[in-house]
Design a protein around this ligand. Structure first.
Ligand code: MN
Ligand code: MN
Length: 467
C-alpha cells in the first residue's frame, strides 16, 4: 500500500532546502573512493607537517606526475605541466590550457602553514638543571592546549657560510620527543583561577629538551651537554639558532577516528585538508580548456604577510610571467580569472553549540563548504563573493553531483577570521572560499570527515574543468 503525500509535503520537497548527510546522497562508488583518497591524505599529512616539508612533498608528487620546473622562457603547449617554487615555502602547480591566459586562469589556493611554536632566536637555556627552548607562537593558538603533549622539532638552521642543516626529530620510531610542562592539579589551585586564555601564558611555553650534565662543568652543564650533542649531530653552535627556523609541532601521526573510521584526526589539517585535494586535482587534470593553477601558500596564519604569503605579489608575478609567454596583457588575465580560495571553515560543534548559528553553520559529513564571506564585525576584512560568482560555482558543483553546503564562521559578533580570498580578489580575480569543515580547528589535533575531504577534491576537479 503506497501512502500518498499531501500537497504541503510535496511542496516542501520542491521548495525547502534541507542539508543532507553524505550517507544519504553519495553513491557507493563515491563512498569507497572517499576512503581510498583519504589514505593518500594521511600519508601526505605525515610527510608534510610544515610549510617547507609540504612544499618539498608537493614538488616530489608533481615531478612524479610529469611536472617540470617552470621556466619563463620556454614555449609551453596546452597540457604541459609545471611547478614554480617560492623561496622553499610555497609552490604553484600549473597545467596549461587550450585557451590563452588572457581569457583567465582557474586558481585553487590553499595554505600549507599551520599554527605552531617557533623557537626564539636565542632559544636555549638551562634552569635548575633542566634544559629548555624558549618559543614564540605562530598563528592563532589556544596556549593551554600545548603543554603535556609530545612535540617534534622541524626546520632548518643556516650557518654563516650558507650551509643549510635540516632538522626533523620526534617523528620516526625511536626518536626522542619534547614536551612543555604543566602544573599538577594538586598545586594548580591558583593557576586554575586564571582565565582559559591565560591558563598558560606565552612565556610559559618553554620546551623541555634535556636534563643530563656535561661532566666536570661548573655552571650551565646541562646546556653545555645539549649544545655538545647538537654540535656533534648538526655541527651547529648556539649562535646558529639566530639564523634558523625551527618549529615545534605535535608529534602525533594522522589517524582514523571513530568506530566507523569516518573521520581523520591530525595536526595541521588547516589547511592541508584543502591543500592535498587541490594538489591531487592539479595532478589529475589532463588537457584543460583553461590554464589551471593550484597555489600552495605560506604565512596565511599570520595574515599572509612576507614574500611567501599571498599579500605579496608572487601570484600576480607568476601570472604575469604566463601572460608574457603569450605576449598578452596580465591585467586581462587577472580580470578574467576565477579562484576557489581553498580553506577550512569551523564545523558545528554540538558540545559548544552556543557560539554557532545552526541555520548557517557547516557540518561534518554534509560536504564541501562554500563560505561567501569571512571577516568579523560586519564583514570587515573579507572578500564577500558576488551572487553571480556564487551562482556559477554552485552550478559547477551541482553539475557534478558534488555535495556542498554553506557556512558562516560562528554567530555574528561571536568572533571571526579571514583567509587568502581577499588578497586574491584584490588582483581583480573572482574569488570565493570553498573548503572542508573542521572540528577543534587550530588545536594540536584537528578533526575532519573523509566524505567532506573527497568532496573538496571533486570540487577542485570540477572547477578546473569548468567553462
Ligand atoms: Mn586556514
Ligand atoms: Mn587557520
Amino acid at each position: 500500500m503506497s501512502e500518498t503525500k499531501s500537497e504541503a509535503e510535496l511542496l516542501k520537497e520542491q521548495l525547502f532546502y534541507k542539508p543532507q548527510h553524505a550517507d544519504e546522497v553519495l553513491s557507493d562508488a563515491d563512498k569507497v573512493s572517499a576512503d581510498e583518497f583519504c589514505e593518500g591524505y594521511k600519508d601526505f599529512l605525515n610527510a608534510a607537517k610544515t610549510e617547507r616539508e609540504a612544499t618539498a612533498e608537493i614538488i616530489r608528487m608533481a615531478e612524479e606526475n610529469g611536472f617540470k620546473k617552470f621556466s619563463k622562457n620556454f614555449g609551453y603547449e596546452p597540457g604541459d605541466k609545471v611547478y614554480f617554487p617560492i623561496h622553499g615555502k610555497a609552490v604553484i602547480l600549473t597545467v596549461f590550457g587550450r585557451r590563452s591566459v588572457a581569457e583567465g586562469v582557474k586558481i585553487a589556493a590553499a595554505h600549507i602553514d599551520s599554527p605552531r611554536l617557533d623557537l626564539k632566536p636565542n632559544p636555549l637555556y638551562e634552569d635548575t638543571e633542566i634544559g629548555y627552548f624558549k618559543t614564540h607562537y605562530y598563528g592563532g593558538i589556544r596556549k593551554y592546549q600545548w603543554p603535556a603533549i609530545p612535540l617534534a622539532l622541524h626546520g632548518v638552521v643556516v650557518k654563516s657560510n650558507g650551509e643549510k642543516v635540516s632538522v626533523r626529530i620526534g617523528e620516526d620510531a625511536g626518536d626522542p620527543k619534547f614536551v612543555i610542562s604543566d602544573l599538577l592539579p594538586h598545586l594548580g589551585a591558583k593557576q586554575s583561577k586564571r582565565s582559559l586564555a591565560e591558563g598558560i601564558q606565552g612565556e610559559e611555553l618553554n620546551i623541555i629538551i634535556g636534563s643530563r650534565k656535561f661532566n666536570g662543568c661548573e655552571s650551565d652543564a646541562v646546556k653545555l651537554a645539549i649544545l655538545k650533542a647538537l654540535n656533534d649531530k648538526y655541527g651547529i653552535t648556539e649562535r646558529d639558532f639566530q639564523s634558523a627556523e625551527i618549529e615545534a609541532i605535535p608529534a602525533f601521526k594522522a589517524d582514523d577516528i571513530g568506530f566507523d573510521r569516518s573521520m581523520i584526526g591530525a595536526y595541521g589539517q588547516d589547511d592541508r585538508v584543502c591543500a592535498y585535494p587541490a594538489v591531487v586535482a592539479a595532478l589529475d587534470i589532463e588537457n584543460p580548456e583553461y590554464t589551471c593553477l593550484s597555489v600552495l601558500t605560506d604565512k596565511e596564519e599570520i595574515g599572509s604577510e612576507g614574500n611567501t604569503g599571498l599579500e605579496s605579489r608572487f601570484l600576480a608575478q607568476f601570472i604575469e610571467d604566463l601572460a608574457n609567454l603569450e605576449s598578452v596583457d596580465v591585467n586581462d588575465a587577472l580580470r578574467n580569472s576565477e579562484c576557489l580560495s581553498a580553506d577550512v571553515n569551523a564545523a558545528y560543534d554540538p558540545t559548544f553549540s552556543d557560539v554557532f548559528e545552526k541555520r548557517n553553520s557547516a557540518f561534518l559529513n554534509k560536504g564541501v563548504v562554500i563560505t561567501k564571506y569571512t571577516g568579523a564585525r560586519g564583514k570587515s576584512g573579507t572578500n564577500d563573493a558576488s551572487a553571480e560568482y556564487m551562482g556559477k560555482v554552485r552550478g559547477i558543483l551541482d553539475g557534478e553531483n558534488i555535495l556542498w553546503q554553506t557556512g558562516e564562521l560562528g554567530k555574528v559578533d561571536a568572533g571571526g577570521g579571514g583567509t587568502v580570498a581577499m588578497y586574491i580578489s584584490h588582483l581583480g580575480v573572482n574569488t570565493v572560499d570553498l573548503g572542508v569543515p573542521v572540528l577543534s580547528m587550530h588545536s594540536p589535533y584537528e578533526l575532519t570527515a573523509k566524505y567532506d575531504i573527497y568532496m573538496a577534491y571533486k570540487a577542485f576537479c570540477a572547477f578546473f574543468k569548468s567553462k
